[in-house]
Design a binder for this molecule. Structure first.
Ligand code: IVH
Length: 719
């Protein structure tokens, strides 16, 4: 190797060492000038010998070419999210579940870390070289943001050589974030330039990572801490403590507030310590994370609902902020329900600007009794929806109390004051109530299973706190809301039909029903003449409509806007019934066997499909679409539990009965609440009573507490 090449490689190494000392150890050994001088020399050599440059050179952090889009990338191992504990009791329950699962004799150590408020990413290093940086995305699929990740100076482009060999491939999980001082400086600059300011460091970090031009990302003061590992080929670890110490030896940034706790009491102490020093920590955190340290135990505990059973985020209590009520309106949703909403003087609650707050329904209005001009304490419940905790009445000249309107504010139709029924089982001898149900179906079932001459059902009608516009499709808010939902991203995902355009098309009577959207191209000439429409935008709209016509069944079901049918229920309906026809023809009984569908939702679904307007609307829509049905008919026989009838009884943990039921049904089982000769298995949790006795007498196979996990994973073992 010639001398210049040798010098070149040695400068790379020296710069890397300085970067490590500056960004990771926070202990720089040279002046900025000396550093700049080294960099100049590196660049000079590279300009004369461009073929020596490799992507790992410190000069290659910012690529030249902006991306046109981010490619999707499938994580080798799923990126899970964390379940939350909001108080000491939740945390103790978490610990108890773990003790139960791993056995009392085992001493459980927890790795404790601050919960960073940033954006999760996965870094892939192959034999020590950073080859990819991926966003979390939905946990399975992320976006390839490698060129942006490379601009983050605390992320090494190559791992440092240490006594610990590099894996062939490792996914380093962690959080990209912006420190509090850097965030304030960034926002100050944005304000001075008249640019949009960020509501919180998390948005700033996530937004910076999704810039198509890495030069912009490079100008943002992003930092990184590793907090986990995905796939790791070629190196084995024993516990998290070892992983993080090896990460540090490779020059990866690891939070020095992390600590190993040897008991749950230690964890609580850690929480209190971090909470009390929160303000002096230079980055935003919203709680702490506790993780079972040992990897064998983590594996044994496994995961549920995309969260590991071995980790939990203990959140700090939500911040409550004072503001003033400027106005209280009733807003009409697409279901016709009128929701009281308070317009507030804008206030930042836990990093989010809040200017509206739902007051939910008439009961909540009565509880709070808010008036215009009053003060109010706002908190963000579960970190998302702002909640009005308390009204602080204005001392003098307090405004009038808010009464329910008698007419819809949008279409002036009369308001329906809904009544809902409640079914009570009463003991006819004593007239005492035994149990209350919100559906007659459940009440009747109760009577069937608890047959006694003394029990009877009493139906009571109670006033519902939800009021509704009676205008139906004649109410513009309901009508437009239906289409806004239909075209939205999670539904049919049609671009170019924003609120205003939709309204224009509705007013011009181009859109009267869902199917009309698919014949818009016939009106091409008229469309092009409309305000804000040009040839190009009509082209794009038609392309987007055509694309949406090929639709997965669950999306179509969700798009219809059936009351109470959200995305999850729509997915379940699609997975269980497999086709639109089967869903339309399903009976109330079929529906309540679907995970997360109870009698109330089942009734909404049967109502929807027996309404003549809806039937006609679907009849016109379906021929416009090419529906992609789930592949259930081919694989149904191959499903783990297909053909099996299973009942569940007793107290089950850590999964709830419903969670187990969902898993079983999605894998082909028929889950029943009662035991008969047809029952194949009874899953019996703690305190199983008469059902267990009955199962034994009928010779039904019984899955006991300790075997539930194995049964769910591999029922064949129990044949
Ligand atoms: S561990 C399997 N550790 O919180 C556990 N996450 O809801 C996966 N986060 O997406 C995450 N600080 O973005 C972990 N010390 C920490 C964290 C942390 C922040 C974020 C992360 C993740 C979310 C989990």
């Amino acid at each position: 190797m010639n001398d210049l090449k040798e010098r070149y490689l040695s400068i790379q190494k020296i710069i890397r060492t300085h970067d490590y000392e500056y960004y990771i150890l926070d202990d720089s050994k040279i002046s900025d000038q000396e550093y700049d001088e080294l960099f100049r020399e590196l660049r000079q050599i590279e300009s004369e010998n461009p073929d020596w440059i490799t992507p790992e050179s410190p000069s290659q952090r910012v690529g030249i070419k902006p991306e046109s889009d981010f490619a999707t990338f499938k994580h080798f191992q799923q990126m899970l999210s964390l379940a939350n504990a909001f108080n000491e009791e939740d945390l103790r329950n978490f610990h108890d579940r773990i003790v139960k699962n791993l056995g009392k004799a085992k001493q459980i150590k927890y790795f404790c870390e601050p919960k960073m408020d940033g954006a999760a990413v996965s870094l892939i290093y192959e034999k020590g070289i950073l080859t990819k940086g991926i966003t979390r995305g939905d946990g399975t699929l992320g976006e390839d943001i490698t060129s942006n990740i490379r601009t983050i100076r605390s992320i090494p482009l190559t791992l440092r050589e240490s006594v610990n060999p590099f894996p062939d491939l490792v996914e380093v999980r962690g959080e990209v974030f912006i420190s509090k001082p850097n965030f304030n400086a960034l926002n100050l600059k944005a304000k001075q330039n008249g640019d949009k300011v960020f509501a919180n460091p998390r948005n700033a970090a996530a937004g910076s990572l999704r810039q198509l031009d890495p030069a912009i990302t490079s100008s943002r003061p992003l930092a990184f801490f590793a907090h986990g590992i995905g796939i790791c080929k070629g190196v084995e670890f024993i516990d998290l403590q070892e992983i993080f110490s090896v990460f540090a030896s490779w020059g990866l940034p690891v939070n020095n507030l992390n600590k190993l706790a040897t008991s749950i009491e230690d964890c609580l102490k850690y929480f209190k310590k971090i909470e009390s020093t929160r303000d002096s920590i230079p980055f935003e955190i919203d709680g702490v994370v506790f993780k079972v340290n040992e990897l064998i135990s983590q594996n044994q505990l496994g995961e549920i609902a995309r969260s590991p059973r071995w980790a939990i985020a203990h959140k700090f209590p939500a911040e409550e902020v004072y503001t003033e009520i400027e106005k209280i309106d009733f807003q009409v949703g697409r279901s016709g329900i009128l929701t009281p909403v308070a317009k507030l003087k804008t206030v930042n609650v836990g990093g989010v600007n809040v200017s509206n707050c739902t007051l939910h329904n008439l009961d909540e209005l009565t509880r709070l009794d808010p008036r215009v001009g009053d003060g109010a304490l706002i908190k963000r419940a579960g970190d998302v929806i702002p909640k009005m905790v308390k009204v602080i009445p204005k001392k003098q000249n307090r405004g009038k109390g808010v009464a329910a309107p008698s007419k819809c504010p949008s279409c002036q139709s009369p308001i329906d004051f809904n009544y809902q029924s409640e079914w009570t089982i009463i003991d006819t001898k004593t007239s005492n109530p035994v149990k209350k149900f919100s559906s007659s179906y459940e009440a009747k079932k109760y009577l069937e299973t608890n047959q006694s001459a003394n029990l009877n059902i009493l139906e009571e009608r109670i006033e519902s706190p939800f009021i509704k516009c009676s205008g139906g499709n004649n109410c513009p808010e309901i009508f437009q809301g239906k289409f806004t939902h239909f075209v939205s991203r999670k539904a049919m995902d049609i671009d170019g039909l924003g609120q205003e355009i939709l309204l224009t098309l509705i007013n011009k009577q181009f859109i009267k029903d869902f199917a009309d959207i698919y014949s818009l191209k016939r009106h091409r000439v008229e469309l092009e003449k409309l305000e804000r429409f040009g040839e190009k935008s009509v082209d794009n709209l038609i392309k987007s409509i055509d694309k949406s016509a090929s639709v997965e069944l669950y999306r179509l079901v969700f798009s219809l806007g059936i009351e109470e049918v959200g995305e999850t229920t729509a997915r379940n309906l699609a997975n269980i019934f497999g086709s639109m026809e089967a869903i339309q023809e399903s009976s109330f009984e079929d529906l309540i066997a679907v995970p997360d569908i109870g009698p109330r939702v089942a009734a909404k679904i049967t109502d929807y499909f027996s309404n003549t307007e809806n039937i006609a609307s679907l009849k016109a829509l379906i021929p416009c679409l090419s529906i992609i049905n789930p592949k259930l008919n081919i694989s149904r026989e191959d499903m783990k539990f297909s053909g099996l009838q299973i009942a569940i009884t007793g107290k089950i943990s850590p999964m709830s009965r419903d969670e187990i039921k969902n898993l079983l049904i999605l894998d082909g089982a028929k889950v029943t609440s009662s035991i008969s000769k047809k029952t194949d298995y009874l899953i019996a949790g703690e305190n199983a009573g008469s059902k267990l006795e009955k199962a034994k007498s009928l010779g039904v196979r019984i899955i006991e507490k300790g075997d539930i996990d194995t049964f769910i994973n591999d029922p064949k073992k129990f044949i």
